[in-house]
Design a protein around this ligand. Structure first.
Ligand code: GDP
Ligand code: IMO
Ligand code: MG
Length: 434
């Protein structure tokens, strides 16, 4: 069974949690390789809702191992909280979870700095989740970060934490003019948490290499989305990690050449949380209607998501970068009752059509989308389980997306439940054999 990447194609919240959970039944290992608890991946099983932030989406399946890869930034207190919540609901998390010791750790000062930087940016703020993600990755790149494996070495950890606290206290007080949080207990608390997780800490690269040799099925679970990627996305309105397929090599510790297949999850329309350009955004009442129909409120922060039509320009750009083999399309049911449906098929600035997705953030804010209108449908499709049973206009909408993206739609999701999904017209019945 192959190694399969599943990433977000848009600005996050595409329904990755649901898709990963659905595929995880056949997977031996599910791996998160980027981001942290800025992610919120919703899985609904038998009417029960689980929102996963750090724990990979195979956790609800017996016999599936879940690895938090080295490219993830881990807030240990939040991880403990998430583990406890699942254990209380009867999920034997500790049997199924492993954490790479090379993963960097989010400390309270990272969260504090995240908030300070956002205030400092003023009008230019990113609208981060406030989870300390950016400052933790910044420390990693600056080589002042602390990894999980470091906390397990008390003397080393004491030195490194001491140095970090001195630097961060100076930054918070002297640059941002704030009072640093009380850190008297931080050493002991972090040590206790790391010791609690010691039995789960592994060399993730080795674990995956062994799994690969055994011919096991490995799923790489993207967090955020390709358009929030540090290099590919709408910089600076991005997150601080490599969210696409390209992030897997370093973030999981897995040879990129050994990734057999790249799938992306996309909604049948677009959403974005936080600030930054969103070319196909719908404003006012139209956006509100889509938000209510899709219940588009963030799984992590509860913030209302900005909503818009499907954006073929950014989707083609992201499909190409990821080397996409197929699409998992979610939330098609939400479009029932929208007639006509629109798709942004090109971007125009001052009457000129841009050749692709531009690097210039200011252009992204000025451009006008070129719209293609497609006829909608009124029927409730949440009960549909075969492509053939979709209304004709819904079929044509999917065909239009497939033609534009030049990849097959492997699965179509028509509701949040596990069972609300079927194979696309050109999708493979057996995804693993394809
Ligand atoms: P993720 O971050 O990509 O895992 O996505 P989120 O969980 O943040 O947001 C996706 C939301 O859409 C969740 O509330 C899901 O339960 C829901 N969802 C997933 N697939 C579908 C679908 O096909 N239809 C509808 N209506 N909701 C869906
Ligand atoms: P999942 O995995 C949607 C957004 C934030 C903000 C920007 C930077 O659930 O799809 P950060 O806290 O990462 O520094 O914030 O990125 N963002 C997400 N938006 N889904 C996510 O994750 C996100 N993770 C971060 O809203 O605009
Ligand atoms: Mg989410």
């Amino acid at each position: 069974m192959p190694a399969t990447a599943i990433v977000g194609l848009q600005w996050g919240d595409e329904g990755k949690g649901k898709i990963i959970d659905g595929l995880a039944a056949d997977a031996d290992v599910v791996v998160r390789y980027a981001g942290g608890n800025n992610a919120g991946h919703t899985v609904i099983v038998g009417g029960e809702k689980y929102v996963l932030h750090l724990i990979p989406g195979g956790i609800l399946h017996q016999g599936t191992l879940n690895l938090i890869g080295r490219g993830v930034v881990v807030d240990l207190a939040e991880l403990a909280h998430e583990v406890d919540g699942l254990v209380a609901r009867g999920v034997p998390v500790e049997e199924r979870l492993r954490i790479d010791g090379r993963a960097h750790v989010i400390f309270p000062y990272h969260r504090h700095i995240d908030r300070c930087v956002e205030v400092w940016r003023g009008e230019g703020r990113i609208g981060t989740t406030g989870r300390g993600i950016g400052p933790t990755y910044a420390d990693k790149v600056a080589r002042t970060g602390i990894r999980l494996a470091d906390i397990l070495r008390p003397e080393l950890f004491e030195k490194r934490l001491h140095a970090a606290l001195a630097e961060k206290a100076a930054l918070i007080s002297k640059v941002y003019g704030q009072v640093p949080e009380d850190d008297a207990e931080l050493y002991d608390q972090s040590r206790a948490l790391a010791e609690r997780f010691r039995p789960l800490i592994v060399d993730g690269g080795r674990l995956l290499s062994q799994a690969r040799r055994r011919g096991e099925c490995i799923l790489f679970e993207g967090a955020q989305g390709s358009m929030l990627d540090l290099d590919a996305g709408t910089y600076p309105y991005v997150t601080s990690s490599w969210t696409g397929v390209w992030g897997i090599g370093g973030g999981a510790g897995f040879p990129p050449r050994a990734i057999d297949r790249a799938l992306a999850v996309s909604k049948a329309y677009c959403t974005r949380v936080g600030e930054g350009p969103f070319p196909s955004e719908l404003y006012g009442e139209a956006g509100e209607r889509l938000r209510e129909a899709g219940n588009e409120y963030g799984a992590t922060t509860g913030r209302p998501r900005r909503c818009g039509w499907f954006d073929m320009v950014s989707a083609r750009y992201a499909a190409e970068l990821n080397g996409l083999d197929g699409l998992m399309l979610t939330n098609l049911d939400v479009l029932s009752g929208f007639d006509p449906i629109r798709v942004a098929v090109a971007y125009r600035v001052d009457g000129e059509t841009l050749p692709g997705f531009p690097a210039e953030t200011d252009l992204l804010e000025q451009l006008e989308p070129v719209w293609q209108e497609l006829p909608g449908w009124r029927e409730d499709i949440t009960g549909v389980r075969r492509f053939e049973d979709l209304p004709a206009n819904a079929k044509d909408y999917l065909r239009f997306l497939e033609r534009g993206l030049e990849v097959p739609i492997e699965r179509v999701s028509v509701g949040p439940g596990r069972e609300q999904m079927f194979v696309g017209e050109n999708g493979h019945e057996d995804l693993w054999a394809s």
